[in-house]
Design a protein around this ligand. Structure first.
Ligand code: KIV
Length: 304
């Protein structure tokens, strides 16, 4: 029987995970654990599990809001979710994912929206996708004093241009492009980079060239840490999961089972039971009944 792994340090005693601490974890060869969260209860759960980094990902568009892409989610929705996560987190580093359209237009726009993640939602850092023009945006945000995490490989905001939600870097040419993007983001000052859906061999070959921590999702075991989407990991999202997802629970089935039991209990008069109801002093109840029995109360329905 497998035993649950309890975090080494109880959550309430953990010092905050800072950007320098992420670099230190890499230097020490300790793997970095990152997961997404989108609301207060998920934040409380990841806090209790002792993860290092929490991303309020724009995957929220798909797993929370029901869109079939990440592009529709906007700053206002991301800020509401990030602020709710902040209220549930103490130790982990909190990163706000800059949604599509919030940073590409200009460095001024990128800085203003990154500042909103810090000022309005209490994030410690932001993440943006791609190399190319995003490198300048990352540099500008970093110069404005906000740490930035890069993201290369499969970048869902531009999945259409990449040919859909599929692995990237499967040719030497495309792998070289990804390498150049990652090196440019590192040179721009990103404190870490996400590698998404990249062949394990490409990641392994590239890792010695990178000094900043690399967090993988579908990029094999050679990275400095791993990230998974909360709903994928817990089986909350019932739809198709990518190859790189490992499900640690099947909570969708568990939720349906519980809700079905509730519906049956209501229909069969099994819920609520006496233990779920409030009592009133019998004298008070008697007096209330007398009040209802008064002739003057009869027929006083609203006259619409
Ligand atoms: O939005 C997100 O959840 C992400 C992770 C998959 C890294 O970008």
């Amino acid at each position: 029987m497998s035993r649950p792994r309890v975090p080494a340090t109880p959550p309430e005693e953990r010092p905050p995970v800072t950007v320098p601490r992420i670099a230190e974890l890499k230097r020490n060869g300790e793997l970095i654990v990152m997961v997404t969260a989108y609301d207060h209860p998920s934040a409380r759960a990841v806090e209790a599990a002792g993860v290092d980094v929490v991303l309020v990902g724009d995957t929220a568009a798909m797993v929370v809001l029901g869109y079939d892409a990440t592009t529709p989610v906007g700053m206002e929705e991301m800020l509401i979710m990030a602020a709710a996560v902040r209220r549930g987190l103490k130790a982990p580093l909190l990163i706000g994912d800059m949604p599509f359209g919030s940073y590409e237009g200009s460095s001024e726009l990128a800085i203003a929206n990154a500042q909103r993640f810090v000022k309005e939602a209490g994030c410690d850092a932001v993440k943006l996708e791609r190399g190319g023009p995003s490198v300048d945006r990352a540099r500008a945000i970093i110069r404005a004093g906000i740490p930035v995490m890069g993201h290369v490989g499969l970048t869902p905001q531009t999945a259409t241009a990449l040919g859909g939600f599929k692995a990237q870097g499967r040719t030497a040419e495309r792998a070289a492009e990804i390498a150049e993007e990652a090196l440019a983001l590192q040179a721009a000052g990103c404190f870490a980079i996400v590698f998404e859906a990249i062949p394990a061999g490409v990641t392994e070959a590239l890792m010695p060239k990178l000094e900043v921590p690399v967090i993988g999702i579908g990029a094999g075991p050679a990275t400095d840490g791993q990230v998974l989407v909360f709903h994928d990991l817990l089986g909350i999202f019932a739809g198709h999961a990518p190859r790189f997802v490992k499900r640690y629970a099947q909570l969708h089935e568990e939720m349906v089972r519980a809700l079905t039991a509730y519906a049956e209990d209501v229909r069969e008069h099994r819920f609520p039971g006496p233990e779920h109801t409030y009592a009133i002093d019998s004298g008070e109840l008697e007096e209330f009944r007398r009040y209802l029995d008064q002739e003057s109360l009869a027929g006083s329905a609203w006259d619409w």
